[in-house]
Each structure stands twice: as structure tokens, then as C-alpha cells.
Write a protein that binds this ligand. Structure first.
Ligand code: 8LE
Length: 463
């Protein structure tokens, strides 16, 4: 049975000094190994409270729900919750335009705002988020708890290798590590010459945990080798990632573990759904666990928006359960995944995404009726001997058919014809589609210190 106190208090007040013993596997054993019924009861308690709170404090949700005649009192089960309308990024953007600059979903007075963050705004106006101090502390607390599950402990030193900017990824990792009692080395990424500096600092300081994007870890390894340093010399025991697919792609995971010699952990939902670590692998690395009492994640059909059964593919929809400054309820991710409730060796009860998040609906390319994601190509490219880590898919339209050229780089002295044939064959086996393969000299494709762009779309839709 769960402690009743957990179901009596919302927003939850955590003991911010609490730490399990370092040999403890779980942070909150009673929740993480609860029965499904107990866990669902706790989730429902939080769902009802966050909805009631949003209804009372958020102009955005008051208007959105009144339009469809929804009142939080109508939600008496997790099944009822499936009927609550989805919230999209487009709606949030419109609200930010209309109620500039912070939108009508901020539920605390301006004087209580502690941090302002945002999305990069590469496609349109940036999305701004406000966090109150109590939310910020709860995010740190939950992140620490989740980081505990993949083996991070107070004796660790975490190297943060993603931009310390508006991007919430780096800050979420920083405050989680601090709450856990670990040391942090917020190095950042993205400046010219920073990767070379990272190599020399890493050799000196020897942090035990890496945080960044998978593309950047591979670039860092490439740079290290170029400078005559074996990435294993850094001595990372854990490499922890969010921001893009990769850490959940089997051949990339293996490559990262082989190159650095530590374990590779996949994590990450979206900035809007912070605490974004609510999708994170445990030390067994069987796919991200959905920490349902932190953020309630549902996987729904991309067209009907109805919940899909375990074992099937769909789009994750997120409801952070403890946010009071800017709650989001059933937030549409636009990503694709498959979920399962098969148990993991770690004993946690949460459902899992065994293949992580493997694509975005809008980055999906349909080639002769088959849906192809960059992560499928990645899984092939990263396991073939004689290829570098970088690749892109260039999409063109020949009459009415989409063509995809996979560009990758060669390393070593393999015969190019033989290599091209092997790539084609393995791509065909992985995806069922024949691709044009173009081999380029090492160093031709763009490198990134953040999230890689893997699809270049040259289709002209105006024709
Ligand atoms: C596959 C989660 C965070 C803070 O690191 C982040 O990148 O949030 P952001 O900038 O709002 O981007 C969210 C999008 O990045 C997701 O919708 C998904 O498309 C992608 N993404 C993030 N983490 C992963 C991921 N895709 N695997 C991941 N682990």
C-alpha cells in the first residue's frame, strides 16, 4: 500500500533534504514498485488535482474546456481522462500571441516567477515558459530521483555538454544533479573551438557522467580521436542523453558505449512537459520508463487520437502532474513510439518505450508507401564498418514519387562499390525500401554541437 500522505497533498511537498542510502536501488521504493492499482490511484489523484487547479487558475484552460462543456469534476477515472481534449503547440503559440508575452496559462502572479525559459523558435515565434520556485524545486527533486535509477550518486561529477541557454535540457540536468548532491561541471556547448577545449578539460578533470545530445557525444569522440585522445581516457561511467533520437537506437547506443566505455542512457520528453526526465532508462537500458506519477504519459493514435493498446505505435501525449506555474494537460508531442507494459529487470512498474522515441510525424518520409524515419537509417549507418557517424537523408520528388538519397561518409580503405552495396542491402532489409546511397569523404557533412538535422527536404510542393 502506498503511504496515504502521498494522496492527501497536492501540490506535493517533498522533503528536499531526503536522500536514500547510496546502496538503495530506488529513491521511493513504495511508488516505483507499487501495484498497478495503487499507482493508478496515485496518478488519478494527481490528474484530478492538476485539472482542478488549471480550471481555477488558467484562462487558457478555462476557455478551452468551456468550449466543449468540460468540468474537472467530470473526470473520475483515468478512462474519463482519455476524453479530455489534447493541447497542441499551435494553440499555445496562438495564446502567447494574444496574451503576449507570457500567455494566459501562467497560473502564478508575476512576482512569484522564478525562471523563464523557452524553445529555440526555429519554426516560428519562440515559446516562453515561466516556472515558479516551488515548481523548480519539484522538477529538481524528480530529476534527482530519476537520475538515481540509472545509477547516478552524490559522488559523481556531471559534465554538461549542451547549451546553457533558454534550452531547458541543460538546466534540468543541472538542477537534478545538484538536488542529488552530485557535483556539476556546466561546460556548455555551441561556441567555436569549445569542443577542442572540452577534450583537454575532460582529460584533466575526469567527470564521471556526461550529459548532452548523442550527435554531440559522437562529434566529441571524433574530435578527441583527431587530437590523439582515446575517449575512454575521459573515464565516463554514465553517458546520459536527451534532445533527439540516438541513445535509444541500438547501433548508436552500442557505438557510444564502445567509444566511451560507459553506459548510454536515453531520456527526454519535451521542454513543455518538464520535468522532462519522466521518460528515462534505468541502468538496465531496456528502453525509457514512463515515470507515470511524475508526468502521466499516454500513447495515442496519430489520426483518431484514441489511446492505443500496449504493443502498438502511437504519439506520446504528456500531462505533468505537479506543475502549478504553467500546467499543461494532454500535450501533443508529434513524436512516434511504441509502448509496452512488459516488466523490466529493475522491478519498476512503469510502462516502457522499448525503442524510445524514434521519429517525428513531420520528419517522416513516405517512400513508395513505406514510412521511413531517420532513426531507422541511423541504426544501419552506425553499425557498418567503414562509415563515419554522420548521415543525412535528402528527399526529392521525382514526378509523383518521393526519392531518398542517403548520404554518409567513409572512413578507412574499404572498396566503395562493395560498401555502397552493403549499405543498400542493409537499408532495404531494415526498411523494405531501396535508397540511393551517396558516399562522401569524411568531414563533408555538417557537424553539430546540439541537435542534428537528419532530413533535408528538397521536394517542391508547389508543383
Ligand atoms: C528521441 C527533452 C529536452 C529538454 O531535452 C528537449 O530536447 O526538449 P525540446 O527542445 O522541447 O525538444 C523536444 C523534442 O525533441 C521531442 O518532441 C522529440 O522530437 C525530441 N527528443 C527529445 N528527447 C528525445 C527526442 N527524440 N529521443 C529522445 N530521447
Amino acid at each position: 500500500m502506498l503511504k496515504t500522505s502521498l494522496k492527501q497533498q497536492w501540490p506535493p511537498k517533498y522533503d528536499l533534504q531526503y536522500q536514500p542510502d547510496v546502496n538503495e536501488k530506488y529513491w521511493y521504493k513504495d511508488i516505483e514498485t507499487a501495484s498497478k492499482e495503487d499507482l493508478d490511484e496515485l496518478i488519478l489523484f494527481k490528474v484530478k488535482n492538476v485539472m482542478k487547479y488549471a480550471y481555477e487558475h488558467s484562462g487558457f484552460y478555462q476557455r478551452k474546456w468551456s468550449k466543449v462543456g468540460l468540468h474537472p469534476n467530470d473526470i473520475n477515472s483515468l478512462k474519463d481522462f482519455e476524453q479530455v481534449p489534447i493541447t497542441t503547440k499551435a494553440e499555445v503559440r496562438e495564446d502567447l500571441e494574444e496574451y503576449a508575452p507570457f500567455g494566459s496559462n501562467v497560473c502564478i502572479p508575476y512576482s512569484d516567477v522564478h525562471r523563464i525559459h523557452g524553445t529555440s523558435g526555429t519554426t516560428g515565434k519562440p515559446t516562453v515558459f515561466s516556472f515558479g520556485k516551488e515548481d523548480w524545486e519539484r522538477i529538481a527533486h524528480q530529476h534527482a530521483r530519476i537520475m538515481w535509477s540509472f545509477g547516478m550518486r552524490p559522488s559523481d561529477l556531471m559534465f554538461i555538454a549542451s547549451p546553457l541557454s533558454l534550452y531547458i535540457g541543460s538546466w534540468g540536468a543541472l538542477i537534478g544533479a545538484e538536488r542529488l548532491g552530485a557535483k556539476t561541471f556546466p561546460f556548455g556547448a555551441g561556441q567555436a573551438g569549445q569542443t577542442e577545449k572540452a577534450v583537454s578539460w575532460l582529460k584533466e578533470v575526469k567527470p564521471t557522467v556526461f550529459y548532452g545530445t548523442p550527435s554531440y557525444a559522437l562529434y566529441l569522440a571524433e574530435k578527441a580521436v583527431e587530437l590523439g585522445v582515446d575517449p575512454k581516457e575521459f573515464g565516463f561511467r554514465i553517458l546520459f542523453f536527451s534532445g533527439e533520437p540516438g541513445a535509444g537506437v541500438p547501433s548508436t547506443k552500442k557505438k557510444i558505449e564502445d567509444l566511451f566505455g560507459g553506459i548510454c542512457i536515453d531520456s527526454g520528453t519535451m521542454a513543455e512537459a518538464t520535468p522532462w526526465m519522466s521518460n528515462t532508462e534505468c541502468e538496465h537500458r531496456t528502453g525509457v520508463h514512463l515515470w507515470q506519477d511524475v508526468v502521466y504519459t499516454e500513447v495515442v493514435d496519430q489520426h483518431s487520437k484514441a489511446r492505443v493498446p500496449y504493443g502498438q505505435e502511437g504519439v506520446p501525449v504528456y500531462t505533468p502532474l505537479e506543475r502549478t506555474s504553467q500546467p499543461v494537460i494532454r500535450y501533443w508531442s508529434g513524436d512516434l513510439t511504441t509502448w509496452t507494459d512488459e516488466p523490466c529487470q529493475c522491478g519498476r512498474v512503469y510502462p516502457r518505450l522499448p525503442k524510445g522515441i524514434y521519429g517525428r510525424i513531420d520528419d517522416m518520409v513516405t517512400v513508395r508507401g513505406v514510412n521511413v524515419y531517420a532513426s531507422l537509417i541511423e541504426n544501419v549507418v552506425r553499425r557498418i564498418e567503414g562509415l563515419g557517424e554522420e548521415f543525412v537523408m535528402v528527399v526529392t520528388r521525382e514526378k509523383i514519387m518521393d526519392e531518398v538519397t542517403v548520404q554518409c561518409e567513409t572512413v578507412g580503405s574499404r572498396d566503395e562499390n562493395e560498401l555502397r552495396q552493403q549499405i543498400s542491402k542493409e537499408l532495404k532489409r531494415e526498411t523494405g525500401v531501396t535508397f540511393v546511397v551517396e558516399l562522401l569523404p569524411l568531414g563533408t557533412l555538417e557537424r553539430t554541437q546540439f541537435k542534428a538535422k537528419r532530413v533535408i527536404d528538397k521536394r517542391n510542393f508547389k508543383e
